[in-house]
Design a binder for this molecule. Structure first.
Ligand code: F1P
Length: 355
């Protein structure tokens, strides 16, 4: 199922975009809300696992585009913190299943705190959808593989649309920028299809990783949550110990782990953060680390021959996290297949964690 679900992404991302795209204005909109987005000045995003990483990406988008303060938290901790929440904030819950126990408990807590509740789920009849003021939907179709793939990229897609809508409602974005970014989003399914064409190359790279005991993933900006997601995917299905770090955090500890046995997967699209990430790569290489560098043509050319590289399509930095999610999914998939693990039903994991 996992490989099939990875390949469905151009279609389901397109379907998700279509539910929110207005072809007349060529921008995105949400269903009618019972409250004004223009009055929202605080957003709390809560989720677990892969859905939490989607929330982390949304934090960058919403803060940059809509200039609203965003807090992201894992539901499994949030519910034990009794967080202080000024009334009238927006609480956004992200869940593939819409049934995850910790996320649901956090939703009910936020309701009691007088927050506006939006959920983003893949199952429209789920408990979270029913208990929210507004239920937004990813149109991923049923996801059978336990490791989330198409649910994640459709969550990101819907969150990118939501960020643009929130930015417009708050007057934080001009029309030309909104139209440009909307166009970039609409083109994502075509770009995803191009990324999928690198499947065979990722299978080759996976052969280099399959015997590793530990793998590190590094990224900066919106590539940081993708590094976390890459590490989670690898752990979940191949049982290799993997950690994702913010690239700038390397020198605060993880660099001590670097030697020739530890593959370091770097997610580095050409954006304004590229140079800083490239300098982290030099630090890894200088310590004998084995770098696998995911970037575009310009980024790979600038790095030179210091790493095993994958050349992905040139994309606007806004949508890069959606596109760069695909190679980390495929890499984990091929490592798991090479190791002979059950990719669709990894040991100890449940699709929906309801207790
Ligand atoms: C959250 C989640 C998934 C993960 C696994 C366990 O589920 O952590 O991301 O792949 O299946 O649960 P959900 O709240 O998004 O349904």
């Amino acid at each position: 199922f996992m490989h099939k679900e990875i390949y469905e992404q151009p279609q389901v991302i397109g379907d998700t975009l279509n539910t929110m795209f207005n072809p007349v204005s060529r921008t995105f909109s949400l269903p009618d809300l019972p409250f004004a987005l223009s009055g929202i000045d605080r957003v709390t995003i809560i989720a677990c696992g892969t859905s939490y990483y989607a929330g982390m990406v949304a934090k960058y988008w919403i803060e940059q585009l809509a200039r609203v303060s965003v807090e992201v938290d894992i539901a499994s901790e949030f519910r034990y913190r009794a967080p202080a929440m000024p009334k009238g904030g927006l609480a956004l819950f992200i869940s593939q299943s819409g049934e995850t126990a910790d996320t649901l408990a956090a939703l009910r807590y936020c309701q009691a705190q007088g927050q506006h509740i939006i959920s983003l789920v893949n199952v429209p009849e789920s408990t979270m959808a029913r208990e929210s003021e507004v239920a937004l939907q990813t149109v991923a179709g049923p996801e059978i593989g336990v490791a989330s793939t198409k649910a994640f990229t459709t969550q990101l897609t819907a969150l990118a649309c939501l960020s643009l809508v929130l930015a417009r409602a708050r007057g934080a974005i001009d029309h030309a920028t909104e139209e440009r970014l909307s166009k970039v989003l609409i083109e994502v399914p075509a770009r995803v299809a191009e990324v999928l064409a690198h499947d065979e190359r990722l299978r080759e790279i996976a052969e280099d990783i399959m015997d590793a005991r530990d793998v590190l993933y590094l990224g900066r900006g919106t590539s940081y949550p993708i590094a976390l997601e890459g590490a989670l995917k690898l752990k979940e299905i191949s049982y290799i110990h993997a950690e994702g770090y913010a690239a700038g955090e390397m020198k605060h500890g993880p660099i001590a782990l670097i030697d020739e046995t530890v593959p370091v997967i770097v997610i580095a699209p050409s954006d304004e953060l590229y140079d800083k990430t490239a300098s982290n790569v030099q630090e890894v290489v200088a310590r004998g680390g084995r770098v696998i560098f995911l970037s575009d043509e310009k980024g790979v050319a600038r790095l030179g021959a210091r790493a095993v590289s994958l050349v992905l399509p040139n994309v606007d930095p806004f949508v890069a996290p959606i596109l760069y999610a695909i190679p980390v999914q495929l890499l984990a998939y091929h490592v798991a297949v090479a190791k002979g693990t059950d990719v669709d039903q990894p040991r100890n994991l449940a699709k929906s964690v309801t207790v």
